[in-house]
Design a protein around this ligand. Structure first.
Ligand code: PLP
Length: 371
């Protein structure tokens, strides 16, 4: 993948990229990558050790390691083994859920803006997308989601939400989901908890207990974020066995390799490293939030490993200007075209990146390509 995740394909600015290469500002590894919400520190020591041990088993099929990872997930979340589906990335589970539970007559209920992969899957198979705007506070509008849910075969909930980083309290979410289940039992929920481990907001909580209780609820977690393993492609879903059986018809976990499985199990058990990552993220994130606030820019309440800033100018042009100076920020999330999503890098990276952001924002805005 080249710039794919941080800029839409139509806007891959080759000239800017090549200029950056020739000026030596990146291409030598110095590009500050805060566009994809990755953990800049990578996997922890336990995961790395497991990874290296797994190389000695490279000639064996990894069934035993799959069972080890599932057993660790079962223990950590206190869920039965048959409620766990392993996946080569949570995107694969989302695709399977959209393909399984939506149709041309029962669409995908999709808060906007949010992580767009499920919406693209729905569009791919011709299922309608029932968009629900966020509230003015940039949180999920649970009331409107509830009122639209009966039209949907699947409701996508991302909590904390990407790109805003905002959290809906677990009590509000579980009340809403339980009420929809009562009135529209054919509607399913996919609750994407990719950024769950970063959330500090009061009332923040997982929907895993609801996934154990109700066949309509699926929760996804990924190793791509706090575990620092985006390149290793491991994730899992938790749901009742019949729900997982339906998903399995459209999903294959056979892409999971020994190294990824072994590292994931070790990482999940390494609570100390995960706590350290959350703490580092919290402190660098406050540095970023304070920097933007001091410069007069509004930042949405930040509960993930990225922040969402109202830069009051075209975010695409801003991303372009930052990229020319060696900082890759997140792509634009319509309809909030004047907001920039910036991931939390290391302290040193963010010190340098903040200088770039504030100097770009201090200059007059360049005219947008859209005129
Ligand atoms: N869910 C959300 C909300 C994300 O932001 C991302 C990636 O950025 C993913 C899922 C993708 O996760 P995975 O790498 O497990 O496919």
């Amino acid at each position: 993948m080249w710039l794919g995740d941080c800029y839409p394909r139509a806007f891959v600015n080759r000239r800017t990229f090549l200029r950056g290469l020739s000026s030596g500002s990146f291409g030598d590894g110095s590009l500050i990558r805060v566009g994809n919400n990755e953990n800049p520190y990578g996997p922890g020591p336990a995961a790395l050790e497991a990874l290296s041990r797994a190389t000695t088993r490279a000639h064996r099929y990894p069934g035993g390691l799959s069972r080890d990872l599932a057993a660790t997930i079962s223990r950590v979340h206190d869920v039965p083994l048959d409620h766990i589906l392993l996946s080569g990335g949570s995107g694969d589970v989302m695709r399977a859920a959209v393909y399984t539970f939506t149709s041309p007559v029962r669409g995908l209920v999709f808060p906007r803006p949010s992580y767009e992969a499920p919406m693209r899957s729905a569009q791919h198979i011709g299922s309608p997308v029932i968009r629900v705007q966020l509230t003015p506070a940039l949180t999920l509008d649970v009331r409107t989601i509830a009122s639209r849910s009966a039209q949907g075969g699947l409701v996508y909930i991302c909590n904390p939400n990407n790109p805003t980083g905002t959290v809906v309290p677990a009590a509000d979410l579980s009340t809403m989901i339980a009420s929809v289940i009562r009135t529209s039992p054919d509607t399913r929920f996919l609750v994407d908890e990719a950024y769950f481990d970063y959330a500090d907001a009061p009332g923040s909580g997982s929907m895993i207990p609801l996934a154990v209780k109700h066949p309509q609820v699926i929760v996804t977690r990924t190793f791509s974020k706090i575990h620092g393993m985006a390149g290793m492609r491991v994730a899992y879903a938790i749901a009742q066995p019949d729900t997982l059986a339906a998903l399995r018809l459209r999903h294959s976990a056979s892409s999971l390799g020994a190294a990824s499985l072994a590292a994931a199990a070790a990482s999940l058990a390494d609570v100390e490293y995960l706590a350290q990552m959350a703490e580092l993220n919290r402190s660098v994130r406050s540095f970023m939030v304070d920097g933007f606030a001091r410069a007069g820019f509004q930042v949405a309440p930040a509960d993930a490993n990225f922040i969402f800033v109202n830069i009051r100018r075209d975010a695409r042009a801003f991303g372009d200007a930052c990229y020319a100076q060696g900082v890759q920020v997140g792509r634009v999330f319509p309809p909030l075209g004047n907001w920039a999503r910036i991931a939390v890098g290391t302290g040193a990276e963010m010190k340098a990146a903040m200088d770039v952001f504030l100097s770009v924002l201090a200059a007059p805005p360049v005219p947008t390509r859209r005129g």
